[in-house]
Design a protein around this ligand. Structure first.
Ligand code: ATP
Ligand code: MG
Length: 401
């Protein structure tokens, strides 16, 4: 057992000592068997939440309505979830009610894929009711039970299928794949935030190319914001992801926007549809400005400067993209800019006002922009005396500003 399980073992044993069943379940079991690193271990038990709370001293009700209690132990938190079933999914998403049950089997059969439905006992014994071990070995993602029914119950599972296929580098079992194709339109019932989470993970998966092609061939993209009728662009994107991987959300989404051929204006609407954060939108917009320029021609100093803190993202995406431009040369040019923000200028509004005897007002901002552009372009040195002289000359030549 990996260390994370070893550390959690006393928790499982304590539940067993109290007369309940308890198992490690979910993604950490799958990933351990695949020899991948794991983040958090999930424990499932026959004990009801109230019973869990009487067994452990320190607990937090993190999701008690769906049966999850967090147990605190030596500074670690463990999520313990009561065996449960989910019933009557009338709206193709989350169940109308969860019911706590005492049987592990009932809990495992509500899980999405066979490789996610394995349980491990404290003695290391693996409970494998749906041939998940075979699917793990054969690298196949297969729905538990009838794929068609499972996607009707919860349409998000279709996105999870292509996401896991990409992340784990697994194939889709043919029946599971067909069921996605037949039910793709049910994705309309799922919130964009939840689709976003899965899609963002897919794009950064080890085999993102496969995940994206599976998404296209099942038609899921038709029900994703801004992605209907974009097959040709997305095929191009998939090709790029076959060569190299995106490592951050910003990289994945910037490259997507670039391959979709979006303008800086369009990209904002697109990302708003996806409910992306303003911070991410800004990074992508600035990166895309530079990339769209580079698609046409070399970038000016000012364009590099305007990219600002998005420069690392922009250059990473440049490397992933089909453009064959030397990103290191651009990085050097960026680093060698005389200034990187307006604050780096050796004059500010107050200095201009005092030394040039100006009245406060928009003129100061206008002058600062002029100086900023001249310094970035390398036309004038970033030195207080020189900048003041340049500003005075400028005022003489442009008396109306
Ligand atoms: P990850 O490494 O991305 O966290 P995971 O398998 O742990 O992968 P989670 O979303 O954390 O995925 O869910 C934990 C477990 O809960 C899954 O392994 C699966 O058994 C079950 N599960 C999660 N979401 C669903 C769902 N929509 N339908 C059915 N079972 C689900
Ligand atoms: Mg998980």
């Amino acid at each position: 057992l990996p260390l994370e399980f070893e550390n959690a073992l006393p928790i499982v044993q304590k539940l067993e000592d109290a007369g309940y069943e308890a198992y490690f379940v979910g993604g950490s079991v799958r990933d351990t068997l695949l020899k991948k690193p794991i983040h958090d271990v999930d424990i499932a038990t026959s004990a009801y939440p109230e019973e869990v709370k009487t067994i452990f001293n320190k607990t937090v009700d993190t999701g008690i309505e769906h049966g999850t209690v967090m147990v605190l132990d030596h500074g670690n938190g463990y999520e313990i979830t009561t065996f449960r079933t989910e019933s009557s999914y009338t709206d193709f998403r989350r169940p109308d009610e969860v019911k706590f049950v005492r049987q592990l089997a009932d809990d495992l059969k509500r899980r999405d894929f066979t490789v996610n439905a394995l349980a491990v006992k404290s003695n290391g014994e693996i409970v494998d009711l749906f041939d998940g071990l075979t699917d793990l070995r054969q690298q196949t993602l297969r729905a538990v039970g009838s794929a068609d029914e499972r996607f009707h119950e919860d349409a998000l599972r279709m996105m999870r299928a292509v996401r896991f296929a990409a992340q784990l580098d697994f194939n889709l079992d043919p029946e599971t794949k067909l069921a996605i194709k037949n039910n793709a339109e049910l994705l309309q019932n799922i919130s964009v935030e939840r689709i976003n989470v899965e899609f963002t993970k897919l794009l950064q998966g080890k085999n993102a190319q496969f995940g994206l092609l599976a998404l296209l061939s099942t038609g899921l993209n038709e029900y994703m914001p801004g992605l209907n009728h974009t097959e040709i662009d997305l095929w191009g994107y998939a090709e790029l992801l076959a060569v190299d991987q995106a490592h951050t959300d910003a990289e994945a989404w910037t490259l997507l926007a670039f391959e979709l051929g979006l303008t800086t204006v369009d990209v904002k609407d697109f990302l708003k549809l996806w409910k992306q954060s303003n911070e991410l939108i800004q990074t992508i917009q600035r990166s895309l400005d530079l990339l769209n320029q580079l698609r046409l021609d070399d970038a000016s100093n000012w364009q590099l400067y305007a990219t600002g803190s998005a420069i690392d993202n922009a250059l990473s995406v440049l490397k992933l993209s089909e453009l064959t431009i030397d990103s290191e040369r651009l990085r050097e040019r960026y680093q060698n800019l005389a200034i990187h923000q307006r604050n780096d200028l050796k004059v500010n509004g107050k200095i201009l006002k005092d030394k040039l005897n100006l009245n406060p007002g928009p003129i100061l901002g206008k002058l600062l922009t002029v100086l900023e552009q001249a310094v970035v372009a390398g036309q004038v040195k970033n030195d207080e005396t020189i900048l003041l002289k340049y500003a005075a000359d400028y005022l003489q030549k442009h008396p109306k500003v």
